[in-house]
Design a binder for this molecule. Structure first.
Ligand code: NI
Length: 171
């Protein structure tokens, strides 16, 4: 089921999300909905708070061509970050059509649980590393525009306020 994606500014995008403690059929459905919503958008990552679910859960797939590689990460934690930094032009499904360069560690090691509650650990590099860090930020109420200077951030926020007013008028 497709879920509506919240658009910045929204207080629900600023919350620190709660850990997932129960691995139920509902959680599996939520993961499926998040992947479906992400692919439909289309995007390469989506965090639960973006669909107004305040849980520590993200989905991603950074494969642009070829066989999809859907990933569901529950309670993800960055256990190691490289000193090397890489710069990507980031965007966000909650901040449509706005892009800016963000510096982040080039590689990270992440631990997480899958929908069955089984533990995983993996090192990510390239676009996957940027994506997983961007999505984990969402779980702590942080958006990529928080890395920008105040003027750029305000400009983007005003554009989003205008977009939301237009969408409210012409749903
Ligand atoms: Ni995002």
């Amino acid at each position: 089921m497709l879920r509506p994606i919240l658009i910045h500014p929204d207080p629900r995008l600023k919350k620190v999300c709660d850990p997932v403690t129960e691995f139920t059929a509902d959680l599996r459905r939520l993961a499926d909905d998040m992947l479906e919503t992400m692919y439909d958008a289309p995007g390469i990552g989506l965090a639960a708070p973006q669909i107004a679910v305040t849980k520590r859960m993200i989905v991603m797939d950074c494969i642009k061509e070829g066989t999809p590689e859907p990933m569901v990460l529950i309670n993800p934690v960055i256990s190691w970050s490289s000193e090397d930094v890489s710069t990507y032009e980031e965007g966000c499904l909650s901040i449509p059509e706005q892009y800016a360069e963000v510096n982040r560690p080039a590689e990270v090691r992440v631990t997480w649980l899958d929908v069955d509650g089984k533990a995983h650990e993996q090192q990510f590099s390239g676009l996957w590393a940027t994506c997983v860090q961007h999505e984990i930020d969402h779980l702590n109420g942080k958006l990529f525009i928080d890395y920008l200077g105040p003027l750029k951030r305000q400009m983007i926020t005003r554009k989003m306020e205008k977009l939301k007013r237009e969408r409210a008028r012409h749903p």
